[in-house]
Design a protein around this ligand. Structure first.
Ligand code: SF4
Length: 230
């Protein structure tokens, strides 16, 4: 399939009963508060450049963010932080991402969620993660050729990136690199290397507590932007 076909197929996936129920319950209960806009309430496909040099791997859509807008990291607080920083380092056209028709564009960058449906408390189960894994792997297979840098948000994104590249036959150094903010690892495959960068997830849990600051986010995304231009 191509990316458009993959998007169409994932957007009607119903493989995880608990997540299907949750994403649709949230949509039903919140729709009235956002009556002026369509409420997505379905799996969130990847979004951004078709031939990305930077791939950002997140956890899952936010219940009232991407689950509402249908576009990853769009319409929630994590996205506010992420897009502002991507814009500062030159990887997003504007500093905000409010809804799917706001004119925002990523520059040489694509974002994907590891689990494509919003989970309760932002915590998918291991079984849900594994059930969803073929979607991120299929998307990675379609874009990997152009990817130079992967930014993994949180340990969940880090593990997903390592697993997905391994699924394509790529190798990481041994022992297996451990997640940390600013940590770098190298993935090797198809006769070349891709840099993997760890970044704390810009969740409110991290940004409200000061565990992740704007400077820390700019540092990692700035390094990704610089590496992508090589
Ligand atoms: Fe399908 Fe993934 Fe959503 Fe599960 S989380 S229903 S596998 S898209």
């Amino acid at each position: 399939p191509d990316l458009a076909e993959l998007d169409a197929r994932v957007s009607v996936c119903r493989a995880c009963p608990r997540l299907v129920r949750w994403r649709e319950d949230v949509a039903r209960s919140k729709r009235a508060s956002f009556a002026a806009e369509p409420y997505w309430g379905r799996p969130t496909p990847g979004w951004g450049a078709q031939r990305p040099r930077v791939l950002v791997v997140g956890l899952a859509p936010a219940a009232n963010g991407a689950n509402r807008t249908g576009r990853i990291f769009t319409g929630d607080r994590s996205g506010d932080w992420l897009f502002a920083s991507l814009h500062r380092v030159g990887l997003a056209r504007t500093a905000t991402s409010v809804h799917a028709a706001d004119g925002q564009e990523l520059v040489d960058t694509r974002m994907v969620a590891t689990v494509r449906c919003a989970p309760p408390q932002n915590k998918p189960t291991v079984a849900e993660r594994d059930t969803c894994a073929p979607w991120i792997e299929a998307e990675l297979a379609l874009v990997v050729e152009s990817v130079r840098v992967v930014v993994a948000l949180g340990s969940f994104g880090w593990d997903a990136a390592l697993r997905s590249f391994a699924g394509l036959g790529w190798e990481a150094e041994r022992p297996r690199p451990r997640f940390g903010h600013g940590v770098e690892a190298t993935l090797a495959g198809a006769g070349r290397e891709v840099r993997l960068l760890g970044c704390y997830h810009p969740s409110q849990q991290n940004t409200f507590t000061g565990r992740l600051t704007e400077d820390m986010l700019d540092d990692v995304l700035g390094r990704a932007a610089a590496a992508a231009r090589i």
